[in-house]
Write a protein that binds this ligand. Structure first.
Ligand code: ATP
Ligand code: MG
Length: 639
């Protein structure tokens, strides 16, 4: 079945897609023009113990707003209990381990049983509503069980990515003042068991944790301390526990941002508003139906793993696929093999992964039958045209729409994207604002700019229900990061442009915009242009201060074949930039490098490169870097 049709460089849903889709006309967008009414109607598809008394309230300070005031809701009840009657025997979670072996399939009934028992044990350990529980687990079913068990008793979970160091974990445990840590003995990475407990012990040391709960996964020999308890013991002993319904605005979780632009912030999400946006964006963005099998490849350590790898699909009663391990183990075809085997219909990943697979070569996906796929999604960074087209044609067989979703840890759910039954699907263009939300592009003074001009992406009130409600223990940071630059508006810190047709193109972070001789130039635009050069694998651009021009771009370039890096190639790249963007964008310096600093989610940390070219002594927080060793190497190259 073909789900799209093509008109030049623009793609639209086919008649089949329109027929199948939950939404295929403008009615939702029309309805969304009254956001309060729109979201109130949407929230009714969730189960509320008590209905709200007021839909929305905007406080005095712009960041002080509430949704569904007085409503009583529980996220675990919505993700599990309410499906038991009709979908008790439906598979909720399909888990596949990295090392070949039996996976696990948990029905809604089975998942419910585990969650409610584990919740009982947490309660018995003294975890109360509002207490924080840190979770440091790999991609195994216990991570979902742990999150939902916290939600069940009103405790606030704070998931820390399992590949972070013990020190990063400690920062987050201390900041959140967590009472309990849930971790595992280890996890597998490329066939090898990694001892996670060692890092967890470093993280736990010197903190006020009361207990550390340990999942036995790899059966690696680990230190067992006085405060440690086995997860499986608790699961066995726990009494099934009923959900505790909380006021809609009470926190469901804290999640620290990626730290791409600075020190990670503990973003707080509420319960009812977050869940409403998670549910509806999952349902509409991915057009998720009962028979779909949804694979969101994001680690649960990121917000994408929270919203689309847990709360969204489960509150819809969908089947969720979860995979532990590396995408290229035992070989580069692993993901495609899993799609074929498990008949994945909706697949959601990141541009960095797509580019990596492009590099591995088409032969890997071509070995597999990927015809079960219906919808493809991407999130995390602006996606370049080449990668978008590759995703569409090689993975989607030219049949599946590519849904480019823009959102942030702070927004809780997607805010800009095309809907599968409406379109359009255009490479490098994310799409329109999700119905019921209003984003716009403003200039430095906060005035809306005309279509076609780049500026700051901001959100107008009423703010989307999934939006953050604070920064943990740091109201000042909350105000300064999001509400200060443009009074009354939410500042996303991203740059964007609205096109004539009302769709939005993201241009990267505003901090990543340079001003070269009076011209605004986005690093993403210049990177995309350089990426198109046939010998280039990836480029990272940062501005360097310049006496006359204000700033000039400096390029760090990774070549497909590093031995080809010479002066002639530099000249050729400059010529290519002249041709595609113009001479103003010409890099003043080009460094051929093996690697650039990246976050664990694959994003380039430009602030480190910026510091390097400026000659800063202190390059700031690097705890979330995937490859900290590259920093020293680059220092040598630059100086
Ligand atoms: P920090 O805020 O700590 O610096 P971060 O912004 O990288 O870290 P995330 O919340 O994980 O943390 O990432 C959100 C950011 O990712 C967005 O602000 C945007 O810059 C980028 N992004 C996400 N999706 C898209 C997309 N579809 N197109 C373009 N950019 C995107
Ligand atoms: Mg951010």
């Amino acid at each position: 079945m073909n789900w799209i049709k093509q008109e030049g460089k623009i793609f639209w849903p086919s008649e089949d897609m329109k027929k199948k889709a939950w939404v295929s006309d403008e009615s939702y967008y029309e309805e969304g023009k009254d956001p309060e009414k729109f979201w109130a109607k949407r929230a009714e598809e969730l189960d509320w113990k008590e209905k709200w008394t007021k839909i929305y309230e905007q406080g005095k300070d712009p960041g002080e707003f509430k949704w569904f005031l007085g409503g009583k809701i529980n996220a675990s009840h919505n993700a599990l209990d309410r499906h038991l009657k009709d979908k008790g025997d439906k598979v909720a979670l399909m888990w596949v381990p990295e090392v070949p072996g039996e996976g696990v399939k948990l029905t809604y009934r089975q998942l419910h049983e585990k969650v409610s028992r584990f919740a009982g044990s947490l309660k018995k350990l003294g975890v109360q509503k509002g207490d924080r529980v840190s979770i440091y687990l790999p991609m195994i079913p216990e991570v979902i069980i742990s999150m939902l068990a916290c939600a069940r008793i009103g405790a606030i979970h704070s998931v820390c990515f399992s590949a972070f160091s013990g020190e990063s974990l400690k920062d987050r445990i201390v900041d959140a003042e967590a009472k309990i840590l849930i971790t595992a003995d280890g996890y597998y990475r490329k066939g090898k068991p990694i001892n996670l407990k060692e890092s967890a012990d470093i993280g736990a040391e010197g903190t006020n944790l009361q207990n550390v709960i340990v999942v036995q996964h790899t059966k690696t020999k680990v230190n067992f301390n006085k405060k440690d308890i086995w997860f499986h013991d608790l699961l066995e002993q726990g009494n099934p526990t009923e959900p505790e319904f909380v006021e809609s605005n009470e926190p469901l979780f804290i999640l620290y941002t990626s730290g791409t632009t600075g020190k990670p912030k503990g973003v707080i999400h509420d319960t009812g508003g977050y869940l409403t946006q998670a549910y509806w964006t999952t349902k509409l963005d991915f057009d998720l139906h009962d028979e779909d099998i949804f694979w969101c490849t994001a680690d649960v350590g990121w917000v994408t793993g929270h919203t689309y790898g847990c709360y969204g699909p489960l509150s819809l009663g969908a089947t969720l696929f979860m995979f532990e391990g590396a995408p290229n183990y035992p070989d580069e075809g692993r993901w495609w093999e899993e799609i074929e085997k498990n008949k994945i219909t909706v697949f959601y990943t990141a541009p960095t992964a797509i580019r990596m697979f492009m590099k591995f070569g088409d032969e890997w996906p071509k070995k597999h039958n990927l015809e079960s796929l219906r919808i493809l999604g991407t999130v995390g960074e602006p996606i370049n045209e080449e990668a978008w087209m590759w995703y569409l044609n090689v993975i989607g067989g030219g049949r599946c729409p590519v849904i480019d979703t823009w959102w942030q840890t702070e927004t809780g759910g997607t805010l800009i994207n095309s809907l599968p039954g409406i379109g359009p699907f255009i490479p490098t263009v994310a799409g329109r604002c999700f119905p019921g939300t209003h984003l716009m592009i403003v200039d430095e003074s906060g005035s809306e700019v005309e279509k076609g001009r780049t500026g700051y992406l901001v959100q107008k009130p009423p703010f989307a229900p999934g939006m953050l409600r604070g920064v943990w223990k740091n109201p000042k940071k909350y105000f300064e990061s999001y509400w200060k630059r443009f009074p009354g508006l939410y500042d996303s810190s991203d740059g964007a442009m609205i096109r004539e047709d009302g769709t939005i193109r993201l241009t990267g972070r505003v901090d990543d915009v340079m001003k070269v001789a009076g011209h605004r130039l986005s690093t993403a635009e210049l990177e995309n242009a350089i990426d198109e050069h046939p010998l280039v694998r990836e480029a990272a651009i940062v501005p360097k201060p310049h006496d006359i021009k204000g700033e000039v771009p400096v390029a760090f370039i990774i070549l497909k074949d590093p031995s080809k890096g010479n002066e002639d190639l530099k000249k050729d790249i400059v010529k290519h930039v002249d041709k595609t963007i113009g001479p103003t964008a010409r890099p003043s310096e080009i460094y051929f490098v093996d690697d650039v600093p990246k976050t664990r989610s694959g994003k380039i940390m430009r602030r480190i490169l910026r510091g390097l070219v400026k000659g800063d002594k202190n390059l700031g927080n690097i705890t979330t870097l995937m490859n900290p060793e590259v920093v020293e190497k680059l220092k040598e190259i630059v100086h």
